[in-house]
Design a protein around this ligand. Structure first.
Ligand code: C5P
Length: 205
């Protein structure tokens, strides 16, 4: 069984997808980490993440262990990831890895285009959203927890720019699949979001 969990930044996708995977005993893949690792490689090479040649070379050279680096989160990494993610050659290079990951024994994958592009035939598709202010509040707390300094306003503005870039790109833009189940987590904590998702999934299968 493939479960696709898509949605904008800090909507609660990762926490939810991880819990669903554990509950259903399925492998879990955070596909955002792939784009983050590509962005990181480009930055490390001193290149521009928006440069297609540099980004495609980084995507082709990507090793799965690159996603285990500890320095993939933060405003510079967010921006680099969403810039490389808009480049068609980068997305093509990462597509096969994602498909292979899910093919063997099913998986829960979270990202932006899992239900629309990577696994359009997924049995369950969730599109997870929350009010932008609430998403910014969660991301801001995460950043403070990592010792990264920023104002809530700056986090909200950067997140809005990233969501706009993800939604406006030509390839695999951030949009709900037509058959996605919508889950708004604005007023839900992680436990409530998990229970709601399970109810949606059970109702569907
Ligand atoms: O999910 P996360 O915020 O870690 O993703 C980082 C960036 O990677 C997103 O802003 C988006 O540009 C890109 N991404 C994507 N498609 C995915 C997962 C992430 O374009 N399936």
């Amino acid at each position: 069984m493939i479960i696709a969990v898509d949605g904008p930044a800090a909507a609660g996708k990762g926490t939810l997808a991880r819990r669903l995977a554990q509950h259903l005993d399925l492998p879990y893949l955070d596909t955002g980490l792939l784009y983050r690792a590509v962005g990181r490689r480009v930055l490390d090479a001193g290149a521009d993440p928006a440069d297609p040649a540099a980004a495609e070379a980084a995507a082709q050279a990507l090793m799965p262990e690159d996603t285990a680096r500890g320095d993939l989160r933060g405003p510079a990494q967010d921006e680099a990831a969403s810039k490389v993610a808009a480049i068609p050659g980068v997305r093509a290079a990462l597509l096969e890895f994602q498909r292979r990951f899910g093919q063997e024994r099913g998986a829960v994958l979270d990202g932006r285009d899992i239900g629309t592009v990577v696994f359009p035939e997924a049995k369950v598709k969730l599109f997870v959203t929350a009010h932008p202010r609430e998403r910014a509040r969660r991301r801001h707390l995460e950043m403070l927890g990592r010792g990264q300094d920023a104002t809530l306003e700056a986090v909200e503005a950067e997140m809005a720019a990233r969501d706009a870039r993800d939604a406006a790109r030509d390839v695999a833009p951030l949009v709900p699949a037509r058959d996605a189940l919508l889950l708004d987590t604005t007023d839900l904590d992680a436990e409530a979001a998990f229970r709601r998702a399970l109810a949606l999934i059970t109702g569907k299968s």
